[in-house]
Design a protein around this ligand. Structure first.
Ligand code: MG
Length: 203
């Protein structure tokens, strides 16, 4: 399976990063070795001094497809969850300055935390999926799918022009504003609507 991550999909986050609003979705990949599941702790990597959380809605692809039309994209997923796109912000800044790929900053082991999946059919309103992240009891990120520049269906249609989506692939759909650092000992708790989907520690 592969993990596809969308960058710059919320205006407030684009502004906080002083980035430009994209005309088309921007995506990058993480390998399966990036997965962090079952609320396992994340061990702070040695190669960064500025590890950031990015809370994101995560979609699980439920059947194979390529060149999927936006109006049919909803047939390709049944479950979503919350995930954290861990980012070595110091390394990412160096990559950006040099115009290099982001893998060392984004795709390292356990950089993709994923929570418990929930059926999208259980949600009240698929267009307005609300979620938040608490770090040590304090709310640090809040978002809703209605703030996304590109919808889940548009993202699926776009990615599938370039690469076949397969059952079990995960798509991280971008982070709202409020990204920030984590430190050893921090606890991260992510909630979707009223369901706690992630609860783990940085060690
Ligand atoms: Mg991200």
């Amino acid at each position: 399976m592969k993990i596809i991550c969308i960058g710059r999909n919320y205006i407030d986050h684009i502004n906080e990063m002083q980035s430009a609003k994209p005309k088309e979705p921007i995506f990058f990949l993480k390998p399966d070795t990036a997965l962090l599941k079952d609320n396992s702790p994340l061990y702070y990597p040695r190669f960064t001094k500025n590890l950031h959380y990015e809370l994101e809605l995560v979609v699980k692809i439920s059947k194979n497809g390529k060149t999927i039309q936006p109006q049919f994209a909803h047939k390709y997923y049944q479950e979503i969850t919350l995930g954290i796109d861990f980012t070595a912000r110091d390394l990412q800044e160096q990559c950006k300055v040099k115009g290099l790929p982001w893998e060392i900053a984004k795709s390292f082991d356990h950089s993709a935390a994923v929570g418990t999946f929930v059926s999208i059919h259980q949600l009240k309103d698929n267009k307005n999926i609300r979620f938040n992240l608490k770090k040590n009891q304090e709310t640090v990120q809040e978002g809703s799918s209605n703030q996304m520049i590109f919808t889940i269906d548009e993202i699926i249609a776009y990615i599938s022009q370039f690469m076949t989506l397969k059952t079990g692939d995960l798509i991280f759909t971008g982070t709202p504003a409020g990204v920030g650092p984590v430190n050893i000992g921090d606890r991260l708790i992510a909630t979707l609507e009223d369901k706690e989907l992630l609860n783990f520690e940085i060690k």
